[in-house]
Design a protein around this ligand. Sequence first.
Ligand SMILES: NC(=O)c1ccc[n+]([C@@H]2O[C@H](COP(=O)([O-])OP(=O)(O)OC[C@H]3O[C@@H](n4cnc5c(N)ncnc54)[C@H](O)[C@@H]3O)[C@@H](O)[C@H]2O)c1
Ligand SMILES: [Zn+2]
Length: 360
Amino acid sequence: MAKSPEEQHPVKAYGWAARDNSGVLSPFKFSRRVTGETDVRFKVLYTGICHSDLHHVKNDWGASKYPMVPGHEIVGEVTEVGCKVTKFKVGDKVGVGCMVGSCRSCADCKEDLEPYCPKKVLTYDFYYPDGTILYGGYSDHMVADEHFVLRWPENLPLAGGAPLLCAGITTYSPLIYYGLNKPGLHLGVVGLGGLGHVGVKLAKAFGAKVTVISTSPSKGQEALERLGADAFLVSRDPNQMQAAMGTLDGILDTVSAVHPILPLLSLLKNHGKLIMLGAPAKPLELPVFPLLMGRKVVAGSNIGGLKETQEMLDFCAKHNVVADVEVIPIDQVNTAMERLEKSDVKYRFVIDVGNTLKAP
Ligand SMILES: NC(=O)c1ccc[n+]([C@@H]2O[C@H](COP(=O)([O-])OP(=O)(O)OC[C@H]3O[C@@H](n4cnc5c(N)ncnc54)[C@H](O)[C@@H]3O)[C@@H](O)[C@H]2O)c1
Ligand SMILES: [Zn+2]
């Protein structure tokens, strides 16, 4: 008979897990591997709630594995290191994002582009090679190979910094790769949620003029006054959209649901780039003529490599970029998920795992 999650590995662990696609989380006991030679074990302090966690627990993408402990924006403190670990010592603050493994030898891995490795291993909702399920950061502790563990910059706040491990790198990496990090460019950010609001801050830190494009007029004042955006467009207002046509060099689209992209292509200058970061469960319609006529680009981007993630954390520490977070105790995680589904969060929930997760 297959072993229970509590017996599969030698080290006891606990957290909160979804058991089915209702997505409802509840306390859960499981186990983790012993600390291998190149592994870092750490106590989890804070874990952000990404919209991808919601997609995963609800099985939006059709491949979820239960029981599922979500969480891939994880900050903690090292409790044990393997004998060959060189980067970390006990007591260090560290982070783990969306990935905990890759082949380390393919063309992409050699270029520090681990998210594009065909053998990448995600932090949770993923199988180990031995067939057991990997569990994420809504849990008491984590263990991961040091290559996939980030050094936490000294002055970077723990709770506000946690979302950078996914929302931060997911918006930072395309700004660099697609050449949208040059000062003076005019960039748009669509969807002012977890990714979007960090995208605004990063684009500003790179010296861009930033326009937020949102369906919710209520987010306007805050986008301008609190997040530092230069302009705000209500995407449902045809007059506003018409007036802004052909003004943007690039757009980060972070919308989590199906939405029309023609209005966004219209906002781009000729040769402008629309970068898709949101992961709606169903395909979007792609109108080709505006692409041809303006030689416009529609592209995508998946988180970022480990080297670049470290660079991003250091950049954020230097430029005081953190997420605006609502810190919650873990027993409010289900309410937080419901509110996230309704876009009722400014702008990222972060679970205070270290102080509120109790052993079941
Ligand atoms: N590419 C990647 O590597 C990567 C990494 C992390 C997350 N994601 C995906 O990015 C998306 C956003 O994640 P998040 O954590 O920022 O989510 P979020 O819920 O915090 O933000 C999503 C935003 O989209 C807006 N929105 C939702 N439906 C909309 C619609 N129909 N039209 C216009 N706006 C709408 C919401 O109001 C919200 O502001 C998710 O789909 C997530 O899975 C992708
Ligand atoms: Zn994420």
